[in-house]
Design a protein around this ligand. Structure first.
Ligand code: AMP
Length: 149
């Protein structure tokens, strides 16, 4: 893998400080802001939750709210308007990889907790799942805001 500017860079975002840092790195490594894609994956609603059974909460409405929040996030972060913002409903590990294929990403940049051993087994790791399913190289940035276990 060369460290030349990437044609298409995908950054999964969970709105943490660490993923904001990953967005910054993505903008540095991409040829142009138009080649940067940010994705947030929203877990689907449980079909037996009260809001679904009795109310009018739908996955599409939730996704619309998150899209608005994402646009506001991009505005607050001062991101160029050419950056693509995507919201999907599903599993972050699988849907990030699927979108990476769709948008022809040649690099995914993700930040990760530095958990080890039993702590990682208990807490799981989204970064690890993304890495496992990714169709292209993944740059994992170690988070500074979490202690290792
Ligand atoms: P980890 O600390 O290994 O669980 O991975 C956290 C990183 O995974 C975050 O910084 C994001 O880059 C990514 N991530 C976690 N949840 C989501 C999500 N719902 N949608 C998109 N990316 C996510």
């Amino acid at each position: 893998m060369s460290w030349l500017p990437r044609h298409s860079v995908l950054v999964p975002v969970d709105f943490s400080d660490a993923s904001r840092e990953a967005v910054r790195v993505g903008l540095e490594l991409a040829e142009a802001p138009a080649n940067v894609h940010l994705i947030h994956v929203l877990p689907p609603l449980d079909s037996i939750s009260p809001g679904v059974v009795w109310g009018d909460i739908t996955d599409e409405r939730r996704a619309e709210s998150v899209r608005a929040f994402f646009r506001e996030f991009a505005r607050r972060e001062g991101l160029p308007a050419e950056v693509t913002l995507v919201v999907r409903i599903g599993d972050p590990g699988l849907d990030v990889a699927e979108y990476a294929s769709e948008c022809g990403a040649d690099l995914i940049i993700v930040s990760s907790h530095g958990y080890h051993g039993i702590r990682r087994l208990l807490m799981g790791s989204t970064a690890e799942r993304i890495l496992r399913h990714a169709p292209c190289p993944v740059l994992v940035l170690r988070r500074n805001d979490e202690a290792t276990g």
